[in-house]
Unconditional design. Structure first.
Lengths: 434, 242
């Protein structure tokens, strides 16, 4: 008798640990673990104690509703402690986890009730089979669903929580009704509804993935739109410089005619004065802002220089780059365009002297970009220390920096923001050339 | 005492530069000796013969041996001299970046630019002109910081690698890193057991640094972001505005 008890206890503990394993298998598919070991430890301890402890308490009177409540709260607390990510996403995934877990238990219980009354009464066997089913569902999910490319907004997470929370409620109701019902088919119908609910909950993952994909595509569209705009601007720049070239050529003809006229008269002094004049006023002097010979960077810097000066912002640029660099023009123009646009946006509202400083250096085959500007007000940050847009139209803004980030990642680069000095925004981008 | 070389095939410009630098040095209370070279070849020969300069003002476009090839040859003998290109070229040739130039000055150079550049270079030189002191076998020893390529730790023992020798002592890399923070010379902790002198870094990528003695040291994954930031910041401070 005593040996049996010990064996049962042992199996209980093994099943509890199996649940812990399933928990991690499931959550690791969608989340990354936190780095703070203390919090993770706390979460794991809570999870293990709960899993092993709850099975011991099972003997004690624990009403089903109370049990469901404890399960929901425990899963959520553990998930919040162990994993990184938004609260509502964790909420959604823990409630769904619980729903799938309970539904598989119900399903197995119902089946056993239908086919073998004896096995249904064995707590251990039922628990084992239902966990096996849960395991299969999770493994299938892992195979079918890869990590989503984006986080979906809280609002959608909350909507989805309703589905799984609702199905837990319906499941409870169906169970109660079938239990109390005298009707002979009650159990079969309850079995089918539980199976349907389980399917619905699995579908949540599909919907989640679709929502995330949709959001991602929308953001990428914005990025492409921006890129198009940048290249259009670039095109205009080139046209402008062509126009200038044509003017220079035209003027040159006139100038030569004048020089020739002076030469024919033998007026050397006048020629000297005239040539000096042309050199001073003509377009022969290279542009002050950017003359590195690198067409992409030069035209971008000139454009933003002009824009900044129109807004009354002092623009200073130090460019140390060769004419050719091993980085794609489109990427450079995306990064510079975004950074300088942000800088102008920021400096526009600054108090007193408004300024932007741009420094680009090509060093050891890497490209280092620094943009500094002053601004007014506060920087907004998300919980993950990421900068947030200060614009009110959140959906369409704030992707500038993230697309800079994505582009920098292409070159194993990093983007770092230095806001240690008040009212000064400094952003550094390092791109590696190999 | 600074040894400065000015190399330009335009003799008038070169002499002009020399007096300008002399005046700036005097105003900043720096003792400077300035040699003028009229072509790249004679400058390189002087370096080969053992002349040790702290700064070289180098014209890129010269008749006999251009500035870039001269700089490349100088780099073979002297890894730490500060090379300042003085050029009327609007676009710097890609090659000129391979010798780690300290600065580009575009002709005509204004006195303000000249002074700004000189000060930055001077600060850079004196910052690495101090000694690293350590104790080994109960004897206090010292080594010039600018000669140190990197430190490598192996359990309690630390090896310091210079261009010519390897020295050993007992200590902790964390403590050395802390100590060297007081010195303006910049050292990068690229790895748990490597502390490298940025002056001697010839190439850097996101996952490794290449020292100028050919040693490749990998940057550990958890330090990459920080090193990238420090790298960008460091190159930023060496800047002299135009």
């Amino acid at each position: 008798m005593s040996a049996d008890k010990w064996a049962a206890g042992g199996i209980n503990i093994i099943l509890g640990l199996f649940t812990v394993f399933l928990f991690f298998l499931y959550f690791k598919t969608f989340f990354t673990m936190k780095k703070k070991s203390l919090q993770v430890l706390l979460g794991v301890v809570l999870l293990v104690v709960w899993q092993i402890g709850i099975l011991d308490i099972i003997g004690a009177p624990l009403t089903p509703i109370y049990n469901i409540g404890v399960t929901l709260v425990c899963t959520l607390v553990v998930a919040v402690n162990i994993f990184e990510g938004k609260f509502w996403k964790k909420c959604l995934f823990s409630v769904t986890f619980d729903a799938i877990w309970m539904l598989s238990e119900m399903l197995i219980n119902n089946m056993l009730m239908l086919y073998s009354e004896r096995l249904a009464n064995s707590q251990l066997f039922g628990s084992f089979i239902s966990k096996l089913l849960l395991f299969i569902v999770i493994v299938a999910l892992r195979k079918a669903i890869t990590a989503a490319p984006m986080e979906i907004p809280d609002f959608h997470n909350i909507l989805l929580v309703f589905i799984s929370a609702g199905s837990i409620y319906i499941m409870g109701t169906v169970f109660m009704l079938a239990y109390r019902s005298e009707w002979e088919y009650a159990e079969s119908f309850s079995l089918i509804s539980v199976a349907v609910l389980l399917l619905i909950n699995v579908l949540i993952f599909y919907i989640y993935r679709k929502l995330a994909d949709d959001l991602y595509i929308r953001q990428m569209n914005l990025v492409y739109e921006q890129q198009l705009e940048l290249s259009e601007r670039h095109q205009k720049e080139i046209e402008l410089s062509m126009q200038q070239m044509r003017d220079v050529r035209h003027n040159m003809r006139n100038d030569f005619v004048s020089i020739l006229a002076y030469a024919e008269k033998g007026e050397c002094g006048k020629i000297i004065d005239f040539v000096n004049d042309v050199m001073e006023n003509g377009n022969l002097k290279p542009s002050e802002a950017a003359n590195t010979g690198n067409t992409v960077i030069d035209s971008l810097v000139r454009y933003w220089n002009m824009t900044a000066e129109k807004e009354g912002i002092e623009f200073r640029s130090d460019l140390f780059i060769p004419a050719e660099i091993p980085f794609k023009g489109a990427d450079i123009s995306l990064i510079l365009g975004n950074l300088l646009e942000n800088a102008i946006e920021g400096a526009r509202n600054a108090d007193g002297r408004k300024y932007i400083r741009l420094r680009i250096k090509y060093d050891k085959r890497n490209l280092l970009i620094t943009v500094e500007n002053n601004y007014k007000g506060e920087l907004l940050k998300t919980k993950g220390k990421k900068l947030r847009t200060t614009k009110t139209d959140v959906a369409n803004h704030g992707i500038g920096l993230s697309s800079v980030n994505r582009t920098a990642e292409k070159y194993q680069g990093i983007v770092s923001v230095d806001d240690s000095v008040a009212a000064r925004f400094l952003i550094r981008v390092t791109l590696y050339g190999r | 005492m600074l040894n400065i070389a000015v190399c330009d095939d335009d003799t008038r410009f070169a002499e002009n530069m020399k007096t300008q630098i002399q005046n700036i040095a005097k105003q900043n209370f720096v003792d400077a000796e300035i040699d003028v070279f009229w072509n790249g070849e004679s400058l390189v020969n002087a370096v080969i013969d053992g002349a040790s300069f702290d700064m070289i003002y180098l014209d890129i476009e010269m008749g006999k041996e251009d500035g870039i090839s001269a700089a490349k040859r100088i780099r073979k003998y002297d890894k730490t001299v500060l090379i300042i290109y003085v050029t009327c070229h609007e676009n710097y040739m890609r090659d000129s970046f391979s010798v780690r130039p300290f600065q580009f000055l575009i002709k005509p150079v204004s006195p303000a630019q000249m002074e700004e550049c000189f000060r930055a270079a001077y600060e850079d030189i004196i910052s690495s002109d101090s000694y690293f002191r350590y104790k080994y076998q109960r004897i206090n020893r010292k080594v010039l910081i600018r000669d140190i390529l990197y430190f490598e730790s192996n359990r309690r023992k630390i090896r310091g690698i210079t261009e010519k020798e390897v020295f050993e002592f007992y200590g902790k890399l964390n403590e050395i890193e802390e100590r060297l923070k007081a010195v303006p010379a910049s050292f990068l902790r690229v790895h748990q057991s490597f502390l490298v002198n940025y002056k001697h870094v010839e190439g850097i990528s996101y996952d490794f640094v290449l020292m100028d003695n050919g040693k490749k040291i990998s940057i550990s994954a958890d330090r990459r972001k920080l090193i990238s930031e420090q790298y960008c910041e460091m190159e930023d401070t060496v800047y002299v505005g135009r």
